[in-house]
Design a protein around this ligand. Sequence first.
Ligand code: AMP
Ligand code: GLY
Length: 430
Amino acid sequence: MATRILVVGGGGREHAIIASLARNSDAELYAVMSRRNPGMSGYCRDMLLEKETNIHAVSEFARKKMIDYAVIGPEAPLEAGVVDLLEKEGIPCMGPTRAAARLETDKAFCREMMDRHGIAGCPRYRVFQSADEAVRFLESHEGDLAIKPAGLTGGKGVRIMGEHVDRKGAREYIRTLRSGIVLEDRLIGEEFTLQAFTDGTHLVPMPLVQDHKRAFEGDEGPNTGGMGSYSMPDHGLPFVSVAEWNAALGIMKSAVAAMEEAGTPYRGILYGQFMNTRDGPMVIEFNARFGDPEAMNVLSLLKTDLLAIIEKAIEGSLSQRDVRFVKKATVCKYLVPEGYPESPVTDQPVTAGAYDPALLYYANVEEKDGILYTQSSRTMAFVGLGDTLGEAEEIAERAASGVKGKVRHRRDVGTEALLKKRIDHMRELR
Ligand code: AMP
Ligand code: GLY
């Protein structure tokens, strides 16, 4: 009998999730998304076009369609409690409850949890309930700080002194924030992403990925949701040693154990964003879901049936043996509207050229009469797979530069030159 799976969300990440699930011929697929994703709709038996945070509509749709399992893509419905509601209805989810998702949705909770359980990789931090208090701390503090609103900001709320703002700019920025302000030491190093499947007890890691947050080439410009990402054939990164990789994995395992101990077990995808520093990997943040774009790198490599992994996670019997990835490099490049993220030009037609053998994942586009139009967020992404990073990059770059329309992408994602810069930077720090 077919297994009915509901995917919540409609971006590039969810397109990759549903494409991966569709490789199991017994999977019958459904989706809830706010706008019809033209890449996802072909896989779906039925869809509900509705805000993903309208969790009552999601649960009603799931009940009507007799859904067996749900996979939650974005963080907003997790924060709204979609998993709690679906599980009350008897529908197990790949995604944490609202309480467990606080690991992402409340940065103060995350740091306090790490502190309380003595988890490695936590920078020095302070939590403030008012801008006044936070500014006072800033004035008395030497050294650069990372300034973070405790709640969700779509990846756009963090300001780093010495990078985005100077001391004066930091003070002004803090004044715009309300209660729940986290100030922590600025970490220096190279960032990497470690995602893992977890059933609440066992944790199975996926290949390491490096994302590119900044809008422009050479890591210039404002932070975005992520402009592109790459991974290596050996599933590591050349600026992360095996010991550092293991340390990061240990931190993730400790976080899952701490959540279980606290009575809020964490099931789903755990995403660790790390800064590899001179003193090893430090946690920038945890996310309660796949990364976007990082989901497209790892899911394009996944050899194992994703549905089988989800079933094991829900049973609580997840094991490393059940999860295999192809040993290839991946490069993912996002096309974004011109002007993104500050003033994106929307409703502009875009057309992809011939992109084979790249994989295409759609994100924030609207299809009208067979023509695609940009919206305000990231438009679509191409993933190249190759035996080397260079091969994967060439495939992704050729596909991305073949797109016509008022969109742009970062040409430097996944290039040898950029990788060399990362390696040199890390060598300098050590
Ligand atoms: P977040 O919204 O937490 O993902 O943070 C956005 C970006 O801010 C991260 O990708 C990092 O580049 C940067 N960041 C966050 N925390 C720190 C920190 N403590 N030190 C340096 N950079 C940071
Ligand atoms: N790529 C970063 C994120 O998904 O939050």
